[in-house]
Write a protein that binds this ligand. Sequence first.
Ligand code: ATP
Length: 458
Amino acid sequence: MGKYPAEPGDGARPNLTVPKEQVMEKVVALAKRRGFIYPSSEIYGGLSGFYDYGPYGVALKRAIRDLWWRHMVELRDDVVGLESTLLMPRAVWEASGHLENFVDPLRQCLGRCKKRWRADHVLGEKCPECGGPLDDARLFNLMFKAFVGPLEDRASEVYLRPETAQGMFVDFKNVISSTRVRVPFGIAQQGKAFRNEITPGNFVFRVREFELMELEYFVRPNQDDESFDYWRKERLRWYTEVLGVSPEKLRMYDHPKESLSHYSKQTTDIEYEFPFGWGELEGIADRTDYDLAVHQEKSKQDLTYLDPETNERYLPWVIEPAVSMERIFITLLVDAYDEDVVNNEPRVVLHLHPNVAPVQVAVVPLSKKPELIEVAQEVIKGLRGEFRVEYDQTGGNIGRRYRRQDEIGTPFCITIDFDTLNDKAVTIRHRDTTNQERVPITALAGRLGLLTDGLEPS
Ligand code: ATP
């Protein structure tokens, strides 16, 4: 009873394997079609490397951001938050080494296409696009420059931050003197970062405006190895257990010494196997005391920490897990994308973890009959606030309405039917198995709570 339409519901669905080379194209099309991501300023021809987030994109983005904050700050007693400004003066970037070192080698095609390439992304001497000759590599700084005030001189020069980290170092003294933090402790920040990438691409994998989520975790000098190990494991766990990323698609890549950034003693990337190959999802870097030391020297301010237990003064060392919301976003879409067959019809489905699904519960009355609508409104009122809910009152073919929810990754649809009027129960339709179960309305929120928390199998 209560199965609309009669779907196989036994979880045994023929799976259509999507050829790897088609996955990105399909994900990009779905993202646009279903209101996740649009190219920025599209009606004016777009702006390369910039994207806007539509209604479902915003919901997914916020879920990612909130889960990061919850696990990195709220569920811990050793991490505090910070929000520093997006524009910071030249002096900051001079001290941090970004003016000198935040550069990529650039080569331009001298042949037909005149395309610019990142030299370390090009194999050989020929243009990958048209086969023309390439000029010699020159260094290109990735920071966007601006001026504060009416004069465009050195003193008014500011830069849009390419990372949020420097805000944490520059405010380090303020944080230790205004709070009760004790080493080891961390400062976390989420917010926009900007990089004038030479070759943005692979959808939102490499963009010019993105949202970084960074933790600077301060430890005693030379006690970095233990913390570095801890964060490598902890971050990997977060991806698989909290976001539901397939573990077999993740791996650790330890950077060889010669390719480390100017501030790093050791760096590990958590990589994901994207359709275009393995790529960096998150970087975990051991920044030593490099940043605090250079800011102390250039600002002539004492940035040392006084250890209350040993009475020692020192500059703490820093472990930094850093990831952009965009890299997680594309990882989740690619990881979740699937095509299978339901009722002899192909369907597109996003197997998003309920933690991140833009809509966790969709309420779908079977028809537009006022008595059904009335109950549906009651049901949704009881769920709103606790879950991300959507109400689909369009009427018409219920199978089609399920398909739409499948495409945006909604794990649970609640169907209100004519039996509901008598038995005061509704049907939960499960996205992944298409199984359906009948639940009394009074027990619905509790059951959905267990399901979305993953405490009971779907
Ligand atoms: P690359 O060498 O690939 O340009 P990087 O190693 O300099 O990148 P990091 O400075 O380590 O990158 O950046 C930290 C994190 O920020 C990355 O792991 C990634 O999640 C994210 N990130 C960096 N650049 C971009 C970008 N252009 N678009 C989206 N996310 C980015």
